[in-house]
Design a protein around this ligand. Structure first.
Ligand SMILES: [Zn+2]
Length: 336
């Protein structure tokens, strides 16, 4: 079995959890053509890193080619965020992990979000072993995904409780916002994961799925790990790896959660015809409750057409997407 890795990113008091597995190198796949403007750089200290000012934020690293790579990720992530939420996320900082103490050199107003990133993943060249499922499939998608988690928390649904996963939004929605920023290749792999999930009878009924906790965060072992690492980090942004097999989370649980989050995002966009449907759902799903994961939000009523419950429509859509996706699976193995 291929071991999974968990990257933990502690950003000030917010702790974003990242599961990475099955990272492969994927070329290209940007949602838009990145703009290559001249990157202005300044040294932050005589022997310190460089701060590259880009259109959407500051990139702190020691090498211009790495800064250009991160800038391309940032531009793609911002384009995706604007498509979903109709507004730019504001400026922030991408910082190579060894230089994380230099983040404070950037004025607070230019630092709406901060993404520390490990050197080994800082660039598209370092391919990590391939495997099934997981949070990140490639370095490009990994950074774009995590940027959109930060944009979502900074600009759409803030995190009001320390140590929670993402913002106050339901976990699937927080994940969906990030998944839409991934490369087309990664999205295709999520769809393939979803077909396998449906074929294996593991599709979670929509009513249950949209109030489900992220399986990793629901794991007591993960909660303990988070608490320990937060205490050790003492508020300094950091990023760590552990083996997910230590967490007692079933192999397919995470893969299914990401695949179904992406599928629900596609489904709601399709039936509503609204490219900013995630923004609408974010507003309605969080407006009336501080415990959104335990509430059946009204947005499902808003999207329901006719007498059929939205969950039934989703199950029908899921079966159709399996058939449309290729060889699929034997009909007898599809379970509602
Ligand atoms: Zn995520």
């Amino acid at each position: 079995m291929i071991s999974k890795r968990v990257l933990l990113s502690t950003i000030l008091i917010t702790l974003a959890v990242i599961l990475t597995a099955a990272m492969i190198s994927v070329s290209g796949g940007f949602d838009s053509v990145p703009q290559h403007s001249q990157l202005k750089a300044r040294a932050l200290a005589p022997d310190g890193p460089l701060a590259f000012e880009t259109r959407h934020g500051t990139i702190i690293t020691d090498d211009e080619s790495k800064a250009r790579w991160a800038d391309e990720r940032l531009q793609s992530a911002v384009a995706s965020f604007i498509r979903n939420f109709g507004t730019a996320p504001g400026r922030g900082v991408i910082i190579e992990l060894p230089y994380v103490s230099y983040a404070k050199a950037i004025p607070k107003a230019q630092r709406r979000w901060t993404l520390p990133w490990m050197s080994r993943y800082f660039g598209s060249g370092d391919a990590v072993k391939a495997g099934p499922g997981g949070h990140h499939f490639d370095n490009d998608s990994g950074m774009q995904h995590e940027l959109n988690h930060l944009f979502f928390t900074a600009g759409v649904v803030p995190s009001t409780k320390p140590s929670q996963y993402g913002g106050d939004a339901p976990d699937w929605l927080d994940e969906a916002a990030a998944l839409t920023a991934e490369s087309p290749e990664a999205k295709a792999r999520r769809r393939a994961d979803f077909r396998r999930q449906v074929c294996a009878g593991r599709l979670v009924p929509l009513e249950r799925f949209i109030v489900q906790r992220h399986p990793l965060i629901a794991s007591p072992a993960m909660q303990k790990f988070i608490a320990e690492r937060r205490a050790a980090a003492k508020g300094t942004p950091t990023m760590m790896t552990i083996g997910a097999n230590q967490l007692g989370v079933p192999q397919h649980a995470l893969q299914d959660f990401y695949a179904q989050s992406a599928a629900v995002a596609e489904f709601v966009a399709e039936i509503s015809g609204d490219p900013r449907i995630l923004s609408r759902i974010a507003q309605s799903a969080t407006a009336a409750s501080d415990r959104p994961n335990e509430r059946y939000p009204s947005w499902t009523d808003d999207l329901t057409v006719g007498d059929q419950p939205l969950g039934t429509q989703f199950a029908t859509w899921a079966r159709a997407s399996v058939r449309a996706g290729g060889p699929g699976c034997a009909a007898s193995r599809i379970v509602n």
